[in-house]
Design a protein around this ligand. Structure first.
Ligand SMILES: [Zn+2]
Length: 320
């Protein structure tokens, strides 16, 4: 008897979120301590230069080019020995290097643009955006973990940037990825959206919160929804995930089924939280809402959770 994981055709929702286009072969089993050096010796090596949450972009043919050659790095005060090897693309090694030149001192032909704008405005292709997410998360981790958390002495980059080693006490430290649960509470007819205090005007989104130590994804989804909205959840289902380099999170998107409907919003966290009918949400997705309300942009996993629920109407109807 053959084993089939699913009967449905394979259509992985995570492949449609922002930053999911990373095609780099990480070759994680081959990370000797000299991999950065060897990669830089390859004339085909391509570098992303980053500084304070911004990506340097060359103005090129009316668009933006995020790639630099190793020989160009010194002009941007980018020390190659602090570079990390992201892996290998079809056109050679790919690295990310912290650069030192302040944005206002860059030449006219190079701009420093914050990661969020780079991806929200689609300034680079999806493959490069995926590489940016990988490099941004790694460089942010190195920048904030220069010292050993066990003994306090300076630690050193190893394994192409995928490890830091403390020569004083021998401890190895590994890059962090912080899991965040993001969840859309749904019934057949309506879903629960909230408005954070820092959101863009008119925007409502799925609720979200960090997963805590000792918690399952499902438990975190239930806890956050209860804390933020006073809604108890029954069934929780995983939908998709998204690398989120602010600074090094993984967004884990789920749907939840409510057991009660009376909202008690935590107004310390949220400015507003309420139920939205399907047609209203569709108008928000399509930027046609009469009151100007909107959902997050296409690159965000919240958009995909909301879109998947809105589009599920036909399938739900067919079930009945
Ligand atoms: Zn140490």
């Amino acid at each position: 008897m053959s084993f089939r994981l699913f009967d449905a055709p394979l259509r992985e929702p995570s492949q449609f979120v922002g930053f999911a286009g990373n095609r780099i072969d990480r070759q994680s089993e081959n990370r000797a301590d000299d991999v950065v050096e060897k990669a830089l010796a390859d004339p085909k090596a391509r570098l992303m230069l980053m500084h304070g949450g911004r990506l340097y972009l060359k103005l090129a043919d009316g668009g933006f080019d995020p790639w630099f050659k190793a020989a160009e790095s010194s002009a941007f005060e980018a020390p190659l020995d602090r570079g990390v090897l992201l892996g290998f693309s079809n056109s050679g090694p790919v690295l990310a290097v912290p650069a030192g030149v302040e944005p206002e001192k860059l030449p006219e032909t190079v701009k420093a643009i914050d990661y969020r704008s780079v991806y929200m405005q689609g300034l680079i292709d999806e493959e490069a955006a995926g590489a940016m997410a990988q490099g941004a998360a790694l460089l942010a981790w190195h920048a904030s973990h220069a010292f050993c958390s066990k003994c306090g002495n300076p630690s050193e980059m190893r394994a192409g940037g995928y490890r830091r080693h403390c020569p004083a006490c021998g401890t190895d430290h590994f890059p962090r990825t912080d899991p965040v649960a993001i969840m859309l509470t749904v019934t057949r007819d309506k879903c629960l959206l909230g408005r954070g205090r820092h959101f863009a005007p008119g925007m409502y989104s799925a609720l979200a919160g960090f997963i805590e130590p000792g918690e399952t994804i499902e438990a975190a989804v239930r806890r956050e929804t209860l804390e933020e909205a006073g809604i108890r959840l029954g069934r929780v289902v995983y939908h998709a995930s998204q690398p989120w380099p602010f600074p090094y999170s993984l967004m884990i998107g789920c749907f939840g089924e409510p057991l009660n409907e009376d909202i008690q919003a935590d107004l310390n966290e949220l400015e507003d939280c309420r139920w939205f009918e399907r047609d209203e949400v569709r108008s928000m997705l399509d930027r046609q809402h009469a009151g100007g309300l909107i959902t997050p942009p296409r690159g965000a996993i919240a958009h995909h959770l909301i879109r998947a629920w809105v589009d599920s109407e036909q399938e739900q109807g067919a079930d009945r």
